[in-house]
Design a protein around this ligand. Structure first.
Ligand SMILES: [Fe+2]
Length: 579
């Protein structure tokens, strides 16, 4: 039985294919179309489905859409359609001036909802011409069965059905779903129960997005930059944010409505994109970050008291905030905290598919556990070599890849690392990564230059799992870069490049069974230098999605000052002095 999960309502459109409880493939559309986040979260793009990601997932299983039993779409339009649900027509505005607030929150809601209601028709007949073959032979009503899955249920399922626990409390937080912005639940005895939700307009995600806009970044995209900026500031505006975001007890919170003028009145002029960062910007970012952490800790306390569970699983875009996650881990009431690596909306494709698959198969069936995130496309050695030959490049086949790449790393070379199946979720985890030595303090700056990133952005380390505790305080299993850890003070001088200004590092731990080539490289680097740590950052440049294909890797490699590329078993080095 095949279940196809689709996220398309807003941004980070993605697809996932589940076969009898096992995830066969999952990928974001942006990796194929090369449009960051796939599309912007506006009602004018809601109709667009992640056709390329769907095509890839079906191809990975060797099937066509006609072979799919269930399609799970991670949004439930019925929750917003009200009396229009099930009707044949709806009135769309030609332009919104007549909108009087009426029954819709936005004048474009009818357009947005119409696009979602018609998603089955789009899937059946809207695929672009070059992909039609795999989409042929279906109608909007079958042979697959279509399911709309409530957005936060899809986030929740991406946590409790992917995490390796039989029982867990679940907390999801994002910008918005249909109405919910936060949800609490309990997974126990293979059943899931929603305990509470917080609805619009109160939203932790939308508040963080509004600050992202105020600070001159792109909202629904650059929130992680605000988080990084926060660590340079002092929370001098925390009281002001406590007036805006108030925890009310019993898991409830409120957010005061604020428009752009309100932000400027309270926190000064909005920063222009590209303008310099001042201490003031850092202090504002720090202040919201602190108040977010305080609030989520109170929410976690309430959820723990309600459930008595040992373990908390989180998802939703706010759970990409690895500094907040670390606070919940360190100061919260749960013994374990697990975060879905694709915590943003892409992960709802996975969650929706797992949920519908689990419903269809019934309780007591085998379960899948997300041991790693390598769920995307891979390319054979022959395919890679074909691309290298066609481009008339000088390359060599490595005798021992680990040894030869370590030879480059210890000479402070920065390496594009393209190996195996691409990661699902926003983080590069050793399949489409840029790697460098952490021993040289200047490496953070060099990498930010290569990636055309802001100077304040940290770079993160990967560490052998069994060595994590030696290098990072309470360093535990953390395969998805979803938490920060303090660098051990006696080790900080050895790995200056990965220690952020606040003394933390957003680590990835790696075991051999998760990614043998990556693990062996780290082990070889450790054998040579005594340090089981490398810098790992995503293989892309500013504003670009992470590379997917060998051709993407070559384009990125030759348009940035990367020194060498390890692609499959092949190594390409740029000529000395060519730069
Ligand atoms: Fe979401």
């Amino acid at each position: 039985m095949y279940t196809l999960g689709i996220n398309a309502a807003y941004h980070d459109c993605a697809a996932c294919l589940v076969e009898n409880g096992q995830v066969v493939a999952a990928a974001e559309e942006e990796r194929f179309t090369r449009i960051k986040h796939g599309k912007r979260p506006v009602p004018f793009s809601t109709w667009q489905l992640p056709y390329h990601a769907i095509d890839y997932c079906l191809g990975e299983a060797g099937i066509a859409l006609a072979d799919v039993d269930h399609v799970a779409y991670s949004y439930q339009p019925s929750l917003l359609l009200g009396e229009h649900d099930g009707k044949a027509s709806i009135t769309l505005p030609l332009e919104p001036s007549a909108h009087n607030g009426g029954e819709w929150m936005s004048p474009w809601d009818p357009l947005f909802l119409s696009s979602i209601v018609n998603a089955p028709r789009q899937l059946a007949s809207g695929a672009p011409h070059h992909l039609r073959k795999r989409f042929a032979g279906v109608r909007h009503d079958g042979p697959f069965r279509w399911h709309f899955v409530e957005h936060h249920l899809a986030h929740e399922a991406s946590a409790f059905l992917a995490a390796p626990f039989e029982e867990c409390a679940v907390l999801t937080m994002d910008g918005r779903g249909e109405r919910a912005t936060t949800s609490y639940g309990l997974f126990r005895d293979r059943r899931y129960k929603r305990l509470k939700q917080v609805n619009l307009p109160h939203s932790l995600g939308l508040l963080y997005e509004a600050l992202t806009t105020h600070l001159g970044f792109l909202h629904s995209s650059d929130e992680y930059k605000v988080m990084a900026l926060a660590s340079y500031g002092k929370p001098v505006f925390a009281e002001q944010f406590r007036e805006i975001l108030k925890y009310r007890g019993d898991g409830e919170y409120t957010v005061r409505p604020m428009d752009a003028r309100d932000w400027e009145e309270r926190f000064g002029p909005a920063r222009e994109r590209g303008a310099a960062f001042t201490e003031h910007h850092m202090n504002v970012a720090s202040s919201l970050q602190i108040v977010l952490e305080e609030t989520v800790l109170q929410m976690a306390d309430w959820l723990h008291a309600q459930t008595g569970a040992d373990t908390l699983c989180m998802a939703g875009g706010v759970a990409l905030n690895c500094v907040m996650n670390a606070r919940v881990r360190d100061r919260g009431p749960f013994r374990n905290v697990w975060v879905q690596p694709a915590a943003g909306d892409a992960g709802t494709a996975l969650g929706a598919a797992l949920w519908i698959d689990a419903q269809a198969r019934g309780p007591g069936q085998s379960r899948w556990t997300m041991e790693h995130a390598f769920l995307g496309p891979a390319f054979s050695d022959d395919e890679i070599e074909g691309v290298l030959r066609q481009a008339k490049l000088h390359y060599r086949r490595a005798g021992d890849l680990s040894t030869e790449v370590v030879d480059l790393l210890v000479r402070n070379k920065i390496i594009g690392w393209f190996q195996g199946r691409m990661e699902f979720g926003p983080r590069a985890l050793g399949a489409r990564s840029i790697l460098a030595t952490p021993l040289d303090a200047s490496m953070q700056q060099r990498l930010n230059t290569i990636k055309d990133r802001e100077d304040f952005r940290p770079v993160a380390p990967v560490v052998l799992e069994d060595k994590a505790a030696e290098w990072f305080v309470d360093g535990a299993v953390s395969p998805f870069m979803t938490f920060v850890y303090d660098v051990r003070s006696d080790k900080a001088d050895r790995i200056p490049a990965v220690r952020h200004v606040d003394g933390t590092a957003r680590i990835q731990t790696i075991r051999r069974d998760q990614n043998p080539a990556y693990h062996d490289l780290l082990q070889a680097f450790a054998a040579r230098t005594g340090v089981p740590v490398l810098i790992n950052t995503s293989f892309n440049t500013r504003g670009e999605p992470v590379v997917c294909t060998p051709r993407d890797a070559l384009e990125s490699f030759y348009t940035t000052p990367l020194d060498a590329l390890a692609i499959g078993p092949f190594i390409i080095e740029k000529e000395q002095g060519a730069a």
